[in-house]
Design a protein around this ligand. Structure first.
Ligand code: PAF
Length: 285
């Protein structure tokens, strides 16, 4: 397999996609912030399975970081990323060298989705989803792929981006891809590489507690979820997590809070190990 064609600006991206389109080929887009892992490669494989061509994007988007420190410490590894993309047959990589390629001087617009962003990560990371929807809308409009692939690991992001594409009539299908996990259950994330060995050893508890709590809630859909959620928080605190942002049961379609499991649900959590924030979620019912 050849190395992906590297595209550094929007004109090059558009030229490459136009060339493929001229030959009647379909295009799948995989937006990322780099520091790629098996989860991202699964997204690229999904794009290759459903489209003739796959483009990955790598852009560490400053607008979606609510903490300067998080942006500064976000892992960056383009040479290794390129090697991994080649290994799965990715056709092109759009990786701007400078933030001004995406946000030129004078950039003044914001794409914002209401409602869905008022809870969970939206509450704990002010401005985060406006940053995500602003950059994702730009990437979708720049590349105009047939499909764009997003992992279920960022379930709220997937829900928000799907709503945005629908609300704005962006002619792209948002394709969800199941979370990829380490053998011990930890959801794959670029942030995992920031964990110290003792934190890495504790981290799989998050997935274990979510799976077990989801199973317990599903046993009796008429039972109040609150005691199960309290028990999950207690287990995570006792198990060594330093801080919990949330453990919540939400509706799988519109993220409404569910007191009982009266429709398909999603159990979502965000918890800290030291300075690293992990998120995860599982289906319920
Ligand atoms: O999930 C991510 O890596 C980012 O939020 C995304 C979708 C690439 C937008 O910057």
């Amino acid at each position: 397999m050849g190395s992906p064609e590297i595209l550094r600006d929007v004109a090059a991206l558009r030229r490459t996609v136009a060339g493929w389109r001229k030959d009647g080929e379909t295009v799948g887009l995989v937006p990322t912030m780099g520091a790629l892992h098996e989860g991202h490669l699964t997204l690229v494989r999904a794009a290759k399975a459903r489209c003739d061509r796959a483009i990955a994007t790598i852009f560490v988007n400053p607008k979606q970081f609510d903490r300067k420190e998080d942006l500064a410490s976000y892992p960056r590894s383009e040479a290794e990323d390129l090697r991994l993309l080649e290994s799965v047959g990715c056709d092109a990589l759009f990786a701007p060298l400078d933030v001004s390629v995406i946000y030129p001087p004078g950039f003044a617009s914001k794409v914002s989705v209401e409602g869905l962003t008022a809870c969970l990560d939206g509450l704990h990371r002010p401005g985060h989803f406006d940053g995500v929807t602003t950059v994702v809308s730009k990437l979708l409009l720049q590349a105009l792929p047939d499909l764009a692939f997003f992992g279920e690991k960022d379930f709220q992001q997937l829900t928000v981006v799907t709503r945005m594409a629908r609300d704005l009539d962006i002619p792209v299908e948002i394709a969800p891809v199941p979370t990829v996990r380490e053998p011990d259950g930890l959801a794959m994330s670029s942030r995992n590489r920031l964990l110290a060995p003792e934190q890495r050893a504790l981290a799989p508890l998050l997935a274990r507690v979510l799976h077990e709590t989801a199973e317990a809630i599903a046993v009796d859909p008429t039972a109040e979820a609150a005691p199960f959620l309290a028990q999950a928080r207690h287990r995570l605190g006792r198990g060594g997590f330093d801080k919990l942002d949330y453990v919540e049961l939400r509706a799988a379609d519109d993220l409404a809070e569910l007191a009982v499991l009266d429709r398909p649900g999603r159990l979502l959590a965000a918890a800290w190990l030291g300075r690293t924030r992990l998120i995860d979620n599982v289906p319920v019912g």
